[in-house]
Write a protein of this length. Structure first.
Length: 364
């Protein structure tokens, strides 16, 4: 076992090296899926996949990081710690559960400190059927120009206009309008894209290859940016199915802290569309699937959306002064990664518990 702080990294390149080294020390083969572009420091980018267990295991647990790029600082730390955690690895092995680690679903966003992919797409809104008319998010359309003003920081007039919208419609409606996903503004926030992204196509390939024979699949997808600082909310990550919810809640919930759901309003997340886990139903129809997003809190929601607004503004204005750009990038990391040992400790302990519970659930 390594120290918790050692498992985390301030840069994608370092996180990747720690993951690869962890796989070597654990005797696990890594399957790299090279991204077509280079990282912010010129480094190679890759979605790295490692299977710890038998390739024909009937029970499979997927543990994934960096669906939303910059959130990978958290998820990668969990994965690296797990690779060095002998007790955890022995438990999964003893109970016949194979563990599929998917490191950096969105390596470009991880490297550049952005939540979106190189296509400026929110990967977790990209899994819709693009052969059909895309959903229309009318509230977002009314907010788009306010969210991305001509200048940054926003003028007092802009701040007042956004504040007025929230005062009139409520903070919950604002969160839903901004975050639920939109498909009309390719420079906008939470943009779902016009076609499947590189990451979308690649994770589908990974699932077909490594999960196509499993009878039962669990997935813990690691996220940050919603809820109280350090608290890991277990958000139901399946279709709206009462049987699947009951199973997820039996595995991961308690009477005091049940698994939350976007379908009944109990989650800090809004009702979303185009979610990544939908790919399991399509690529692994033979399996019974149970999943959660493990969502760790960082900053209050309006501060997080403020950081995202600034990031998208900067993407539209590469000519911005260096000090402004640096400040925006630093704020993005703060919005999705609390750089303290106390926070990191909370992250690992809650993820470790959820992983142990998944193994017990899969083999119950």
């Amino acid at each position: 076992m390594i120290g918790i702080a050692e498992a985390f990294s301030p840069r994608y390149a370092q996180a990747r090296q720690k993951f690869l080294q962890g796989c070597v020390s654990a005797g696990i083969t890594v399957e790299p899926h090279a991204h077509p572009l280079k990282g912010r420091e010129g480094e190679d980018l890759s979605m790295d996949v490692a299977l710890d267990g038998e390739p024909d295991a009937q029970n499979l647990l997927v543990v994934s990081s960096a669906c939303h790029g910059v959130e990978g600082h958290c998820g990668s730390g969990v994965q690296v710690f797990a690779l060095h955690d002998a007790e955890w690895r022995e438990k999964a092995k003893a109970q016949g559960v194979a563990v599929l680690y998917v490191h950096a679903l969105n390596p470009h966003g991880f490297s550049y400190g952005r939540r979106v992919t190189h296509e400026n797409v929110d990967l977790n809104r990209n899994f819709i059927d693009f052969s059909k008319p895309v959903p229309v998010n009318e509230p977002y359309a009314k907010l788009h120009e306010l969210l991305l003003p001509d200048t940054w920081p926003p003028t007092p007039e802009n701040q007042a206009a956004v504040g007025k919208w929230i005062e009139k419609n409520g903070a919950t409606a604002y969160q839903a309008a901004v975050t639920s996903g939109q498909y009309q503004f390719d420079d906008g926030l939470f943009y779902g894209g016009k076609a499947p992204t590189w990451s979308n196509k690649t994770i589908r390939e990974v699932l077909r290859r490594h999960a196509g024979r499993a009878k039962r699949i669990a997935w813990i997808d690691l996220h940050t940016g919603l809820g109280p600082n350090g608290l890991g909310e277990r958000i139901f990550a399946c279709r709206d199915d009462k049987v699947a919810y009951a199973r997820a809640n039996a595995w991961w919930g308690t009477p005091a802290a049940p698994v939350t759901s976007i379908y009944d309003g109990s989650s800090t997340s809004a009702l979303l569309r185009g979610l990544m886990w939908d790919s399991v139903y399509e690529e692994c129809p033979q399996a019974e699937y149970t999943g959660i997003a493990l969502e760790y809190g960082t900053l209050p929601i309006l501060e997080v959306t403020g950081a995202l607004r600034a990031d998208h503004w900067l993407h539209k204005h590469p000519e911005a002064p260096a000090d402004l750009a640096d400040g925006i990038r630093a704020r993005m990391v703060e919005a999705f990664y609390t750089d303290t040992d106390a926070w990191r400790g909370q992250i690992v302990s809650q993820a470790r518990q959820a992983m142990f519970q998944a193994v017990d659930g899969l083999t119950a």
